[in-house]
Write a protein that binds this ligand. Structure first.
Ligand code: 13P
Ligand code: SF4
Length: 345
C-alpha cells in the first residue's frame, strides 16, 4: 500500500541520515517531492550537486541528464542513483553525439572555425563533453541570457543545442533578429537559413521539449477572450510565438518567483509542466492558478519516478545499489569544462 511504501522510504532515510541526499526537480510528483531534501530547477540542482560533498549516496529524482550532471560534479566515491532508468528526456534524445560531429563538420566547413557551441543542460554527457572540448558552455533556462550573451561576444557565431525554442527566444531577447538565425536539422543533415550565410549569427539545433511545445497561441487567445485579466506566464522551452504572445516568460524558478510575489487574487495561466502547476495552485490558495493547456501537460519521463521506484532504489543502497549513473572520466573531464564555464558565471 501507499502508506507501507512511505513508511519504508522514511525508514531508509532515517537509517542513512546524512549519508543520503535526495534532490528532486520541481517537475517531480508530489509523492516523491515529499521526501526530497531539496527541490530546485536544473541550475539549482546542478549547484547543489557541487555542494553535496557529505553524501555517500545521491538518489536523484529527476531525469537521466540531471543524474549524469550530478555524477560529474561529485566525487568518484559518491554514488548517484536514478530510481528509474526510463526517466530520460525526449529533448535530450534529439541530439546524439554522432549527429553533433556531423553537424560540426558541415558547419565549420561552411562558416569557418569561429563557432561557439552552447548546449542546454538537457543533453547527454557526451554532448556536454563535445561542447567543453570546443570552448563552449552549458546553459540552463535560468542563465541562458548571460551565457548566450557571452558566447555571442566571444565568437563570430554560436551553435545552440538541442532546444531550438530556448535558443531562439534567448537570442531574440538579446537583439538577434530572426533572419540572423538558422536551423540545423539533424535528421536531414541540412541547414535551413532564411537569408544568406553572412547574416547567420545563431544556428539552432532542431530539437524541442515535447511537453512545452504543446502550449499554443490559440490557448492564449482563448484566455484573452474569456478572462482578459488572467496573466499568462510560460517557460522559454515554449515556441517563439507562444513566448511573444504571453505576458511573461522565464525559467521554472522565474515562474515560481513571479507567482510567489503576486498580489492576492491574481489570476495566472501557466505554461509549464503539470506537476509544478498543480503544486503552485495548492501552495498559493489565495491566487487563482490554472494550466495554460486545458488538457494539462505532464512530462511522462519525469513522472516515471514514483513511490515504488523510489522505494526500490533506496532499499538497494545498503546492499547493492541499483541504477548507478556513472559517466566515464574523459567525458566527465571535458563536460566539466562546459559546466564550469556556466557555474562560474
Ligand atoms: P529548468 O529546470 O531549467 O526550468 O528546465 C525545465 C525542464 O524542462 C527540465 O527538464
Ligand atoms: Fe525533457 Fe521537457 Fe521533460 Fe524537461 S519537461 S525533462 S525538457 S521532456
Amino acid at each position: 500500500s501507499v502508506e507501507e511504501m512511505e513508511t519504508r522510504i522514511q525508514a531508509v532515510k532515517d537509517r542513512l541520515g546524512t549519508r543520503l541526499f535526495l534532490p528532486a526537480h520541481h517537475y517531480q510528483k508530489d509523492e516523491v517531492v515529499q521526501f526530497a531534501d531539496a527541490t530546485g530547477d536544473s541550475l539549482q540542482l546542478a549547484r547543489l550537486a557541487e555542494q553535496m560533498s557529505e553524501a555517500e549516496f545521491i538518489v536523484f529524482c529527476g531525469v537521466h541528464f540531471m543524474a549524469e550532471t550530478a555524477d560529474m560534479l561529485t566525487r568518484d566515491d559518491q554514488i548517484v542513483v536514478l530510481p528509474d532508468m526510463r526517466a530520460g528526456c525526449s529533448m535530450a534524445d534529439m541530439a546524439d553525439i554522432d549527429q553533433t560531429e556531423i553537424a560540426w563538420e558541415e558547419l565549420t566547413e561552411r562558416f569557418g572555425e569561429d563557432i561557439i557551441p552552447i548546449t542546454y543542460v538537457n543533453s547527454t554527457a557526451a554532448i556536454k563533453a563535445f561542447v567543453g572540448r570546443h570552448g563552449g558552455a552549458t546553459v540552463t533556462s535560468s542563465n541562458a541570457h548571460e551565457i548566450v550573451r557571452w558566447a555571442l561576444e566571444a565568437g563570430e557565431r554560436i551553435l545552440f543545442l538541442p532546444d531550438q525554442h530556448l535558443g531562439r527566444n534567448t537570442a531574440f531577447d538579446l537583439g538577434i533578429p530572426l533572419e540572423a538565425m538558422a536551423v540545423w536539422d539533424p535528421l536531414r543533415e541540412e541547414l535551413v537559413a532564411e537569408g544568406d550565410d553572412d547574416q547567420v549569427k545563431v544556428i539552432l539545433w532542431k530539437g524541442h521539449c515535447s511537453v512545452h511545445e504543446k502550449f499554443t497561441v490559440s490557448q492564449i487567445q482563448a484566455f484573452r477572450e474569456r478572462e482578459p485579466d488572467r496573466r499568462i506566464i510560460v517557460h522559454p522551452e515554449c515556441t517563439f510565438d507562444v513566448v511573444q504572445a504571453a505576458d511573461e516568460a522565464g525559467s521554472t524558478s522565474y515562474i515560481i518567483d513571479k507567482i510567489d510575489a503576486s498580489a492576492p487574487g491574481t489570476k495566472w495561466a501557466v505554461g509549464t509542466e503539470m506537476n509544478l502547476v498543480n503544486r503552485l495552485a495548492a501552495t498559493y490558495p489565495h491566487l487563482d492558478i490554472v494550466s495554460l493547456n486545458p488538457f494539462m501537460c505532464p512530462c511522462l519521463t519525469m513522472n516515471r519516478i514514483d513511490l515504488p521506484h523510489l522505494l526500490w532504489a533506496l532499499e538497494s543502497l545498503e546492499t547493492a545499489p541499483v541504477n548507478i549513473i556513472r559517466v566515464d572520466h574523459e567525458t566527465t573531464e571535458f563536460s566539466k569544462r562546459a559546466l564550469e564555464r556556466m557555474l562560474a558565471r
